[in-house]
Design a protein around this ligand. Structure first.
Ligand code: SAM
Ligand code: SF4
Length: 359
């Protein structure tokens, strides 16, 4: 792992330095040069995590972000308000790192929810500790949740995440269901070590009424072990699932939803349902991407794979008005790259790993 993999990439730290906006029409939304409009806001709120998934974090965790460098609950809510009111954001999702590691998560959700108009407020989490906090989070305004779970085999889970915490994740999933946060989506990253258990995970998901989505692993692991020729792709997954299930044809209800949904026939022991596959590597959905990201330190990142970041925290703390913040955000998104570029021979991994950007 290089130190660059953990460090902060080329951020425009000078609030006065503007990203290029040549040719941008004067319209209110978060449009880019390729005709896309971002409406789905991902906000990372911490780099800390209770797990160390090998496809994401280094064993020792990410370098700590100084407390003063993290956006506060008030600052996060201000960006949510500007995003929704002035920039057309429809969906707000908190991520990390692990959002449950922030003691003030309920306050972040409450303040954001109060200014979010009709936008949904959701969270992606590993579920550890969720059972103890679910009620305060729902009361604060949390409307949807995705929980990450790659395997239902305790040994595989412990190896993959470097922590023996599978029972805690199950407790979090149960708590989310009991609190009525349904349909509950489960994210599973496709890894060679857990591929043999993919059908077990699907069976468990169908039996427990949760919506499973497999995700192709992207080159965003801090340890830089990702290799295209060892990656499990959607085709390989489907052939493994096909040994136990009859899987139909794919459909995509919403063109900006990265998951293709495949119908799964019932079996003697399992009800029918669907399985989603997010083929981020082999069937890129970049052309329909509607994401805008804010890192835990308050920089706008237009693409997971683009190292260019635009600092909003400096503006927030220097007394900038909402119009200035909105304009800087729009300018950052205008420069969004067309795609991840993994198919190109000259592809270079981004400097930040997934846990440091916010997945
Ligand atoms: N800690 C929370 C969790 O795991 O759900 C939220 C942060 S995590 C970075 C967000 C999502 O990114 C998770 O669903 C995780 O599985 C996924 N992820 C992490 N590293 C990935 C990688 N290299 N490729 C694809 N997905 C990845
Ligand atoms: Fe933590 Fe989520 Fe990364 Fe796993 S994927 S190490 S749970 S941030």
């Amino acid at each position: 792992m290089t130190s660059l993999a953990l460090g902060i990439p080329g951020i425009r730290r000078d609030p006065a330095a503007r990203p290029a906006t040549l040719g941008r029409p004067d319209v209110p939304g978060l449009i880019d040069r390729f005709g896309r409009t971002a409406r789905d806001l991902r906000i990372s709120i911490t780099e800390k995590c209770s797990l160390r998934c090998t496809y994401c974090m280094p064993e020792q965790g990410l370098p700590a972000i100084a407390r003063d460098d993290l956006l506060t609950a008030t600052e996060i809510a201000r960006l949510v308000e500007i995003g929704v009111r002035d920039l057309g954001v429809h969906d707000v999702r908190f991520t990390g790192g692990e959002p449950l590691m922030r003691a003030d998560l309920a306050e972040i959700i409450r303040r954001s929810s109060a200014v979010a108009g009709g936008a949904s407020i959701s969270m992606t989490t590993n579920g550890i500790g969720l059972d103890h906090r679910i009620h305060e989070l729902v009361d604060a305004g949390l409307t949807r949740i995705n929980i990450s779970l790659d395997t239902v085999d305790r040994d595989h889970f412990a190896r993959l995440t470097r922590r023996d915490r599978l029972p805690a994740v199950f407790a979090g999933i149960q708590a989310a269901k009991d609190a009525g946060l349904t349909p509950l989506k489960i994210n599973a990253v496709l890894m060679r070590d857990t591929l043999a258990g993919a059908a077990d995970l699907l069976e468990w998901s169908l039996q427990n009424g949760v919506r499973l989505r497999f995700i192709e692993q992207m080159p965003l692991d801090a340890d830089e072990q990702w290799a295209r020729d060892n990656m499990v792709d959607a085709a390989e997954l489907l052939s493994v699932l096909g040994t136990r299930f009859t899987v139909g044809r794919p459909h995509r209800d919403d063109p900006s939803d990265p998951a293709e949904e495949w119908n799964v026939e019932p079996t003697a022991s399992t009800p029918g349902g669907t399985v989603g596959i997010i083929a981020s590597v082999t069937r890129s959905f970049c052309a329909a991407c509607d994401r805008t990201r804010v890192t835990a330190e308050g920089t706008v990142r237009s693409c997971l794979f683009g190292d260019d970041e635009t600092d909003l925290r400096g503006l927030l703390r220097s007394g900038a008005d909402d119009a200035t913040l909105a304009d800087r955000w729009r300018a950052a998104m205008w420069g969004k790259q067309s795609g991840h570029g993994m198919e190109r021979a000259d592809f270079v991994r981004p400097a930040r790993s997934m846990g440091a950007i916010g997945g």
